[in-house]
Design a protein around this ligand. Structure first.
Ligand code: FES
Length: 148
């Protein structure tokens, strides 16, 4: 008689689970290599990872990428540098009707929907918006700007 040689169903499920685990471990070891280099600098502050090259994890932008007298829009955050070394953060959601501000031109943060303009300190320069952009806390860590 032929005996059917099949692994028990439970063994197949466990095997599949190990395969997924191996994938996760591989992914972790890859990122571990990256963080290993930065952990020598200071493992307690993840933003310190952004001290070389591109902004590290958690970094919104490099300080050098935010022009003095202007700013940048990074996803939901507007980062401005009204004067050298002073960085401010605001929500990119316009206080008028919720559009996302789209550009910073001539020292003004511009909303494309109805033409509101905001100063680099978030206050209204031109309506129809009546209230300032919501403040978002940002701080400088090394040469990066991080939330908080
Ligand atoms: Fe920005 Fe109206 S939503 S000006």
């Amino acid at each position: 008689m032929l005996e059917e040689i099949r692994p028990p169903r439970r063994a197949v499920v466990v095997g599949a689970g190990l395969g997924a685990l191996a994938t996760v471990v591989a992914a972790c070891s890859t990122s571990g290599t990256t963080s290993e280099a930065t952990s020598k600098a200071d493992s307690s502050t993840p933003a310190a990872a952004g001290t070389s090259g591109a902004p590290g994890s958690g970094a919104l932008a490099k300080t050098a990428d935010v022009p003095v007298g202007s700013g940048v829009i990074v996803d939901e955050v507007v980062i401005t540098q009204p004067t050298a070394g002073v960085f401010e953060g605001f929500s990119s959601v316009c206080s008028h009707a919720g559009c996302k501000v789209s550009e910073i031109t001539d020292g003004k943060i511009i909303c494309p929907c109805h033409g509101s303009e905001f100063n680099l300190d978030g206050t209204v320069a031109k309506g129809p918006a009546k209230t300032s952009l919501e403040t978002k806390a940002v701080s400088v860590q090394g040469d990066s700007i991080v939330a908080g």
